[in-house]
Design a binder for this molecule. Sequence first.
Ligand code: XIL
Length: 450
Amino acid sequence: MKLTSTSVLRIALVSTLVAAGTGAAVLAATSANAATTLAASAAQTGRYFGTAVAAHKLSDSTYVNILNREFDMVTAENEMKMDATEPNQGQFSYGNADRIVNQARAQGKRVRGHALAWHSQQPPWMQRMEGSGLRQAMLNHVTQVATYYRGKIYAWDVVNEAFADGSSGARRDSNLQRTGNDWIEAAFRAARAADPGAKLCYNDYNTDDWSHAKTQGVYRMVQDFKSRGVPIDCVGLQSHFNSASPVPGNYQTTLQRFADLGVEVQITELDIEGSGQTQAENFRRVTQACLAVARCAGITVWGIRDSDSWRASGTPLLFDSGGNKKAAYNAVLEALNAGGTTPPTTTTTTPGGPTGCTAAASVNSWNGGFVATVKVTAGSSAISGWRVTLTLPPGTTVVGAWNAERSGDSGTVDWTNVGHNGSVAAGQSTEFGFQGSGTAEGITPSCATG
Ligand code: XIL
């Protein structure tokens, strides 16, 4: 691994944020202290390791044991799609999605939302729609679902698979595309308004090879969105590979080029058909590519055991149908434990006394604005009220806030708890957030009790 002075600095910063014992493992774990699960190994470089989960498998104990042990990010395989969440127009149904979200959150895992708008897996009523009625129905869907899950989603696949395969680099024809070329940015704006704390991703497949027209088409769209201030935070590469569509030699270049646009990249649906060492080496290469790109935030595999896969006959996952670790698992774990770049983080924290509280902010920025989420954590004793102080950069203004009262809109701002979130048990956390215009990079909150 090549270390620049910036990456050393970032590693030093992150080390101070995690418990002393694990901080030492941030750079590269030696075999003596190598982490032994995918999530723990990925966390050493500030990344997550996720999987797709199917609600009906949550009663399968082998499945749930592996899920709970190995993964710290969860995507609903089908349960958050448009046909599942709005089976009849205006009638929303969240039962199966909630099962997955609640299970994940109870285990301290985060959730990727998949997917708000897509040409596929639309409910029948939507498949029959066109034009302005469809545009309105799509935006209502985005708003309703993102609002329902507000505060619980790490990143939303706002739009899925909107580009055509082949050499055109153009949009895919669909009823959504026919509502007007601006349908994607309209969906992103609606998602931002509904859940300002979630990262907003564009997600697609066959966008892994940098030289492919489809990759270039998506790249130009993201570049355009960034230049015009359309809210987009991440690009998801599904990364479904097989012999017809192998891991391209320039995969890392693709990740890096997207990252260079100022968005996070996420590997969102990884599976690689094959077996044995060949498959293992492909998984290793994908993992290493993510680790080499600072803005590659994490990897999600599309299922747990081979038998859970949508392409089960290709045995494309990390566990065999009996739940045993495959060679591919070991290759991924080894690659994660070898370390890599550390994702840039804007999280900063100020320690409180043993009985006080600490506050940590994470900032999601776009051109001209941001959303900050501040986590208040009680020390070794319960607290019954808190005050967080932070100083905004000159020119930055708060335009809205939730779950806290504030003393003003600019400069040094004091934030105090509201009625329902003042009491925090020892070691537990609560969050508040605010949206602002300007920038909040590097804000350093401090916390006091009382
Ligand atoms: C797949 C699911 O895994 C299957 O269970 C379902 O029958 C079809 O969809 N791209 C995506 C995912 O974004 O939502 C798809 O998931 C796989 C391809």
